[in-house]
Design a binder for this molecule. Structure first.
Ligand SMILES: *Cc1c(COP(=O)(O)O)cnc(C)c1O
Length: 430
């Protein structure tokens, strides 16, 4: 095995690695990152970038936070893996207790998985079996258009962003899609949902509450979503909030679901849960759902597991993350970033090159006022421009969004905003 050939890391990568979401015939070399600290990442040439997307919404307390790293190291010193069927361990118990204290009060049990997609898979399977256990067969999942829920089969079926799902569509589970509500279409969306519910075939409504991440940080009103959830509850259809992106302080509340009057029956969390350190996720549910699996019959239980369920090191990272999340310092940081985002919106709202400026908590998004070329040349040019400015942002089509680590300094925020402004001179119309 060749180990150190004098080639760059990017060159060695190209020889051996197949990257996710990548067309390798046309993609340029992958940039090798060798260090990450606070809101900064450093490449192999020593260039520093501000991580304006908190590493896919994970490293929200800043990269390599010493408090998180210490907690993981301490756990590493005395226990690695525990089989999670028939056995349990302190970090998992503590984490479940802490999460249930913070989540909407109807959440009663925590089921552990190992990534965002598998949290969704578990939720979908729980919802199907909830009805199966009552001898009801329900085969339809309701989901929003343009939702994104992951890349495993159930989660992929539920995702409305189907540009890349062509080869798999014939194998999907059955999904009825409704538009995301806004002021204009609200009555029509409600009517459409009712039409679907009347068929009596739906087991659950799955949604990203308030902000649809992969759709380009599209935002909708809590009031509208709440009405849809209320309708589902009336028709005894389960509701599943995919908070894999929104959870843990991204929006104005710790969980987007808190902004609703009617709480979802299940909530999925991942990404920021372990603060950018280790893969883990949870699917939480109400007591009613848990109780539907209790029986003298073994097979009515939920027979679903991942080998690395509730792995202790990840639980330790998550527990330390919750300490930080609920600290006054981090709360002040989230408010500070929200205030700065709103000031940027105020400053730019009449700029002819920008439309649809929006913000919820630490999430800021806007569209460049140019014809849509999703993932096309514009996106790549914008990305390159931001990186040249020392700012890592990953535009989606003509959508520019910022979701910085909560510890991002005012100076770094100013650099992010300046990079966006300078991009308008290059690419904006007008
Ligand atoms: C990222 C994401 C997922 C999938 O999580 P993975 O860990 O990438 O499988 C699911 N739902 C939402 C809303 C996400 O942002």
């Amino acid at each position: 095995m060749q180990t150190d050939s004098g080639k760059s890391l990017s060159a060695r990568d190209k020889e051996v690695i197949w990257h996710p979401l990548t067309q390798h015939q046309t993609a340029g070399p992958a940039l090798a990152i060798v260090r990450a600290e606070k809101e900064f990442i450093y490449d192999e040439a020593g260039n520093r970038y501000i991580d304006g997307i908190a590493s896919w919404y994970t490293a929200v307390y800043g990269h390599s936070h010493p408090y998180i790293i210490d907690a993981v190291k301490r756990q590493m010193d005395h226990m690695d893996h525990v089989v999670f069927t028939g056995f349990t361990h302190p970090p998992a118990i503590q984490l479940a207790e802490r999460l249930l204290q913070l989540l909407p009060q109807n959440q009663a049990k925590v089921f552990f998985n190992d990534n965002g997609s598998t949290a969704i898979e578990a939720a979908i399977k729980m919802a199907i079996q909830f009805f199966y256990n009552r001898a009801e067969k329900r085969q339809t999942l309701i989901a929003f258009e343009e939702g994104f829920h992951g890349d495993t089969f159930g989660a992929m079926s539920a995702s409305g962003l189907s540009v890349y799902n062509g080869p798999f569509e014939d194998y999907f589970i059955k999904v009825e899609r409704i538009p995301v509500p806004n002021q204009e279409n609200f009555a029509q969306v409600k009517a459409q949902l009712l039409d679907v519910l009347k068929k009596g075939e739906s087991f659950a409504f799955l949604f990203e509450p308030l902000v649809q991440g992969a759709a380009g940080m599209k935002m909708h009103w809590a009031e509208h979503l709440d009405a849809l959830i209320q309708i589902c509850k009336k028709h005894k259809v389960l509701t599943i909030a995919d908070e894999v992106m929104t959870g843990l302080g991204k929006t104005e509340t710790l969980f987007a679901s808190e902004q609703l009057d009617h709480y979802p029956d299940m909530i999925c969390l991942s990404k920021a849960l372990t603060a950018g350190t280790m893969p883990m996720s949870v699917t939480t549910c109400s007591q009613e759902i848990f109780d539907a699996f209790l029986s003298k019959e073994n097979a009515k239980g939920f027979f679903h597991a991942h080998t690395y369920s509730a792995t202790p090191w990840a639980c330790a990272a998550a527990l330390a993350g919750l300490d930080l999340l609920t600290s006054p310092e981090m709360e002040a940081n989230r408010k500070r970033i929200n205030t700065q985002h709103l000031a940027f919106i105020e400053k730019m709202k009449n700029h002819p090159a920008l439309i649809n400026l929006r913000c919820n908590g630490v999430i800021l998004a806007m569209e460049l006022n140019v014809p849509m070329e999703r993932y096309g040349e514009l996106r790549d040019k914008l990305f390159a421009h931001f990186m040249q400015q020392g700012v890592c942002l990953r535009p989606l089509g003509n959508t520019i969004y910022v979701l910085p680590p909560y510890v991002t300094s005012d100076a770094s925020l100013a650099k992010i905003y300046a990079a966006i402004e300078s991009s308008l001179l290059l690419f904006g119309r007008g």
